[in-house]
Design a protein around this ligand. Sequence first.
Ligand code: OGA
Ligand code: NI
Length: 360
Amino acid sequence: MASIDALSSSSSEPQNVRASDISSIKTFAESNDVVASIPSSYHSLPHDDDVADHLADSIPVIDFSLLNSQDPQIHANAVQELGKACQDWNFFMIINHGIGESMMEEVMKKSVEFHNLPLEEKEEFKDEGLFPHIRYGTGSHSQAEKAHYWRDYLRVTTFPEFHFPHKPSGFKEVAFEYSRKTRSIVRVLLQGVSESLGLEPDAIIESTDFDSGFQKFLANLYPPCPRPDLALGIPAHTDNGLFTILTQNEIAGLQVKHDGKWINVNPLTNCLLVFPGDQLELVSNGRYKGIWHRVMLNDRNTRVTIAMIDGPPVEKEIGPTPKLLEKEKPLFKSIKFKDYVDLKLSKGEARRPLDDILLI
Ligand code: OGA
Ligand code: NI
């Protein structure tokens, strides 16, 4: 791997690598070319941003088992905690979520094995290739993105139909289990969120048609970057869906924005990180906001994450939950989830289509 010295001494040389020639950032990072230059289109980090690390320990931790408690008082307290976490931080970790450590390790291990397959084998699943529901690629999914991202991804539809690559062996099986378990966790979170808004537990599940909704499995790999000051894994964005559930290997890099400051996230062992997305902001009529987050790089270690993105059916028109509008004015227009995602793809990550459907 290139040292920073080697890089800076060559930084005045002409840049001979174009981002469009890179089909895997992992392969590029392992090659000698990385010493010569990082293509300038990767230079996307605004470096004047504040990082408020003293707040890292205040990220809310929700004990998921209490949400499921049969004791009405314990359940009510857990719902209140959840609502507070969504309102104050729009981000939280969950513990006691019922997914075994061995399953979490296995799904991570298989995701790493997938990214470690030779490039030719992964290219069978290349973005816009033969399998529209299985997409392997590098950088961003959006054509509108000017800056490239220092990450490779495998992005697969796992609900309502389950699609998955047939290799490495055992990946599909563990991913299926993981997909179903995380989806049922999101279902319970949506019930808790509904209750915390003073609605019936199933209000959001019903109004979004969640049970026929969509889920993506996304395995991100961020290789070491010799100049972490010049590139980003993913720039600041909010996620499109209702909730994203994320796990990572032991390497840090995630930051979330809280009160205008970036906070480094240091997950508790075996917790799940939960990101409310734009659709949650929409259905809660702006009460619970989608969280801005981004991925920083380092020059030593490969970071791997698995994001499960859960949302409504793509054809479903989503707006503020009708019951909420008995007491308040709608903040947003309704929009088909598919149109929302298309708008996001056409505008790039930095802009949220939510701002275009504001009514006020
Ligand atoms: C994402 C994302 C964060 C991470 O995939 O949308 O924000 O840490 N990932 O990989
Ligand atoms: Ni994200």
